[in-house]
Design a protein around this ligand. Structure first.
Ligand code: ZN
Ligand code: ZN
Length: 346
């Protein structure tokens, strides 16, 4: 067994250690290596290993499986010609890929999760000179009484004996196929709750409001900002919290922003007759501005230099797309004039 997977060595114990010694060494080592108190680069990896070791050695069912990794003969069936038997030969070894896959849910549960939030930035605020944003968000915190498990006491699942897995065998002529699925009785957890935690009523975590300031948000539009350790502590308060990812999403009313150059794109419907006459028209932009556009027949896209959003000391461009719309002409004389003009063009 390699050192990295020697759980007793990780917890500085020998294999005869009692449950109390396991717990006491775990606490002692976590106090020393928890990334919150130990800034050394190895601390995070070490505390992860310590947690992994504790998780197995503190759980009687997992410890039993770890201490006695014998092939499970009771899966039976696997005669010398059974093509599937080799897949399951190491089934009881806690490190074979299958068991890791099946234990994924449990191991996942002990890792605090990252938190993703999207912050919509109304770009109108950038004209008002609001460069920083105060964001309020909720983090999940594991219950301090039950350490995020939701229970006060538990029993080993009678169906799967704590493994969280059940094996189904199917005979098909000379072959026997076996499928391992999550145990339905305990939902693959390996245990059944006897008493729910009184503090959290089995919810396992609570939510708490947090605040974070994003400085100079105008220079972070469309970015995903990472704040290490500002995410959830939903799995356990004793392990490092997850990270917070903030997606800064700029919005303009009735328009869209191009993430590449931050140009603002707005489209307007206008009377097609303006095109025929090649009129000058005025259209609304951002920040109560109006832009005068000299229409040219056949051109429906007009770029207004620096008509977009503030970007450092300058502004991005605005692209106005103009949709010519034919409105019914009610005025009889105007209608005749237009038809005459069109005939002349022909
Ligand atoms: Zn079960
Ligand atoms: Zn609780």
């Amino acid at each position: 067994m390699s050192d990295s997977k020697d759980y007793y060595k990780t917890l500085e114990l020998d294999t005869t250690a009692t449950a109390d010694q396991i717990k006491s060494n775990y606490r002692k080592l976590m106090k020393k290596y928890h990334p919150d108190v130990n800034p050394s680069p190895e601390a995070a990896e070490l505390s992860r290993k310590i947690n992994e070791a504790y998780e197995v050695l503190s759980d009687p069912a997992k410890k039993q499986e770890y201490d006695n990794p014998t092939p499970m003969m009771d899966f039976g069936g696997g005669g010398p010609f059974d093509p599937f038997s080799s897949m399951f030969f190491n089934r009881s070894n806690p490190f074979d890929p299958f068991s890791q896959f099946l234990n994924g849910q449990q191991e996942q549960h002990r890792r605090n999760s990252d938190l993703n939030i999207t912050v919509n930035v109304n770009t109108a605020n950038l004209f008002k000179g609001i460069p920083d944003a105060d964001i309020t968000y909720n983090v999940k915190l594991a219950c301090s009484d039950c350490d995020g498990t939701g229970y006060a006491s538990k029993d080993t699942c009678p169906q799967c004996q704590g493994s969280g897995k059940v094996v189904q065998r199917q005979s098909n002529g000379m072959f026997t196929s076996q499928t391992i699925t999550g145990c339905g009785i305990c939902k693959a957890k390996g245990y059944i709750v006897r008493d729910t935690c009184k503090k959290c009523n089995g919810f396992a975590f609570s939510e708490e409001k947090r605040e974070i300031k994003i400085e100079n948000i105008a220079s972070n539009l469309f970015q995903t900002l990472r704040f290490p350790g500002k995410g959830n502590s939903d799995a356990s308060l004793t392990t490092a919290p997850g990270d917070l990812y903030v997606i800064v999403n700029p919005i303009v009313e009735e328009g869209a922003i191009n993430p590449m150059d931050l140009s603002v794109h707005i489209s307007h419907n206008i009377d097609a007759l303006n095109f025929i006459a090649e009129n000058k028209i005025k259209l609304p932009g951002l920040n109560n501005e109006w832009h005068e556009i000299q229409l040219m027949c056949g051109n429906t896209e007009y770029v207004v230099k620096e008509g977009g959003i503030p970007r450092g000391t300058d502004r991005s461009n605005m692209v106005l797309t103009i949709n010519p719309v034919l409105y019914p002409v009610q005025n009889k004389e105007l209608k005749e004039q237009i038809l005459k003009n069109l005939n002349e063009v022909k």
